[in-house]
Design a protein around this ligand. Structure first.
Ligand SMILES: [Zn+2]
Length: 217
């Protein structure tokens, strides 16, 4: 049984997830904490629940999803795993972070690189890696087939989709990722996105104004 806790961090209102199972082994997805208060909030949750952080994962390398990588690695002594194909996106953050006012940003060295078909295991839980490009060139998602949940970053949102105007973004590729990957999962799969509330693949398949299957020509 998975426990999923959502934090909304940094000025981009980015969702950081702490996920753990009955063993108390945990994963942190996209640590976006930047301010001292946000860092404290994350640490206090992990400590209160006595979690052992096994991995820190990034769905993709945009600034709002990686601001807390360095802090989390250092604090929880857990390896950072990122998408091999999004490494360049991740590494570019240090060049523009000061322009956004994040002068304290420090790049964290990735410890593992993930590709589609890989699995990430913690406790009694195993996730498969799905390649979901379009919002960024190497975007990935983490799918728990048993629990029917996916953490899919900025690909599919409730009634919306990820933006495709940033470097590495491509609208057709994003729509393909949604149709060929996310919409082929069972309808009851709960989608935990990088921003906003959770939704389900079934709901978005019917009613999403950008990518519902009725829109396919
Ligand atoms: Zn993004």
């Amino acid at each position: 049984m998975l426990s999923i806790h959502t934090f909304t961090f940094n000025p981009f209102s980015e969702n950081t997830y702490v996920v753990f199972d009955e063993t108390k082994e945990a994963i942190i997805i996209d640590p976006g904490c930047y301010s001292r208060e946000e860092q404290k909030e994350l640490v206090s949750f992990v400590e209160t629940h006595q979690l052992k952080v096994k991995y820190i994962l990034n769905t993709h390398g945009h600034i709002d999803h990686v601001l807390g990588n360095d802090f989390s690695k250092d604090k929880f002594k857990a390896p950072l795993a990122i998408s091999k194909l999004d490494e360049a996106t991740t590494r570019s953050v240090k060049t523009y972070a000061p322009l956004y006012g994040f002068d304290a940003y420090r790049e964290a060295e990735p410890d593992m690189f993930l590709l589609e078909g890989d699995t990430i295991s913690f406790g009694n839980t195993s996730w498969s890696i799905l390649f979901l490009p379009g919002h960024s060139a190497g975007h990935i998602g983490f799918y728990d087939e048993k629990e029917k949940v996916i953490f899919s970053g900025d690909v599919l949102f409730e009634q919306s989709i990820g933006r495709t105007d940033l470097p590495g973004g491509n609208f057709e590729t994003l729509i393909q990722s949604i149709h060929q990957k996310l919409f082929t999962l069972p309808d009851e799969v709960v989608v935990y996105p990088g921003h906003g509330d959770p939704t389900t693949t079934g709901e978005e398949k019917i009613s999403n104004p950008f990518c519902a299957i009725s829109l396919i020509k």
